[in-house]
Design a protein around this ligand. Structure first.
Ligand code: SF4
Length: 387
């Protein structure tokens, strides 16, 4: 351990080692007693330096995790002794399998324990030392377990009846699931996509950070570009001028962002009010003291699929049934409106039915022009096109 590592993660590894040792010995006919088993676990900690173990939960200590690990093992021993349930096919079993034949992608799976039960079912067992437990649905969709199953199926095609099992050592809970072929296909597809993404990142030397609650247990925390600035600022002895200056600039940017959001909200509200008055009083220009605001026309058309699915489907159906079906085979609602409806290329009956599907696709725009004195040119404050 030459890098800081989270104490609970490391305890999980110690439990894996203890169970590996237990089953390896059991396979040779040497069954450890509960005392011997726990004593070996206690001894394994004696050679470990606690210096690099990081406890992220401030209310806890390394000793807490060591004891939690011991209690978990004891629970496991008591509920599984004498460990003669079926045949252990492998412990920490390393299996290489082909993920994608065409691209030559192979994956190495290391399975905590593989056993064939007395009823012939093969169990892929994964030990967990996490705080929480998953729902049954989570396990049934678990891509890690799906990859393990692919590895077992490739190594032993004769095993047809396979289940995956996760054993939560802290809680003493076990969950099993039979994975669907669809999930296996999905997991294979996703794993290939992930590899392609990693290859792209490698070739472009671009590794975007992905922050999550797991960051606090990440061994690369101190090297991470998403965390380095905070770490540097917290350490006053090393904070460089440039990094301090960046903090000031970030502060100003945040402030202006907030202000611009407030301004934008006010502009949007004013725009609504101006459009309302313009429609009510039939105005195309509204005068102010500094200048004038022109009201552009609203745009009409057929809705997109995401805007109004029902109307979109109705238009699709009308186009399909019309004599213009060949022209608008791949329906593009804009083309159907502009090149078909407005130019009246569809039969009259279709045009009448289509009329009911027309919506306002864009609100009327506002554009402003300032009087010459103190003029600032002509702009559209809401980002819309100037008339
Ligand atoms: S600390 Fe950085 S590298 Fe580690 S998980 Fe978080 S974002 Fe990823």
């Amino acid at each position: 351990m030459d890098r800081p590592v989270s104490a609970d993660l490391f305890t999980g590894q110690m439990l894996h080692r203890a169970l590996e040792n237990l089953y390896d010995l059991a396979a040779t006919g040497c069954l450890l007693s509960e005392e011997e088993f726990l004593e070996r676990y206690d001894n394994s900690w004696e050679t470990v330096s606690h210096a690099n173990l990081v406890v992220y939960d401030l209310a806890q200590s390394v000793e807490h995790y060591i004891k939690l690990g011991r209690d978990s093992l004891q629970k496991y021993y008591r509920s599984h002794a004498p460990f003669d349930d079926g045949v252990t096919l492998g412990v920490e079993k390393r299996l290489t399998f082909t993920l994608d034949e065409e691209r030559g992608y192979k994956i190495v799976a290391i399975i905590d324990r593989l056993r064939r039960r007395d009823d012939g079912v093969v169990e892929i067992i994964d030990y967990k030392f996490s705080k929480g437990i998953p729902s049954q649905k989570d396990l049934e969709r678990n891509p890690q377990m799906a990859l393990y199953q692919m590895a077992v199926q490739e190594s032993w095609p004769q095993y047809e009846n396979i289940v995956v099992k996760q054993i939560f050592l802290r809680q003493g809970e076990e969950f099993s699931a039979k994975l669907s072929p669809d999930l296996l296909d999905e997991a294979r597809y996703q794993a290939v996509q992930d590899i392609l993404e990693i290859k792209r990142a490698l070739s472009e030397n671009e590794f975007p950070t992905k922050e999550s609650p797991l960051c606090k247990r990440c061994p690369y925390f101190s090297l991470c570009p998403a965390k380095r600035h905070r770490l540097a600022l917290d350490d006053e002895t090393t904070a460089e001028e440039e990094l301090l200056d960046a903090q000031k600039k970030a502060e100003r940017y945040l402030q202006l962002s907030t202000e611009s959001r407030t301004i934008k909200a006010e502009l949007d509200a004013l725009k609504e009010e101006l459009l309302f008055v313009a429609a009510k009083e039939n105005l195309r220009t509204i005068e102010g003291e500094q200048g004038r605001i022109k009201i552009g026309s609203a745009q009409k058309g057929f809705p997109s699929k995401s805007r109004d699915l029902q109307k979109f489907l109705k238009i699709s159906e009308l186009v399909r049934k019309s004599e213009m079906a060949d022209v608008f085979l791949d329906l593009n609602e804009k083309a159907a409106y502009k090149d078909g409806f407005l130019t009246e290329k569809f039969p009259q009956e279709t045009l009448d039915a289509m009329r009911e599907c027309i919506i306002e696709t864009r609100k009327p725009s506002l554009s402003v022009s300032y009087n010459k004195k103190g003029a600032a040119g002509t702009q559209a404050p809401d980002g819309s096109e100037k008339d």
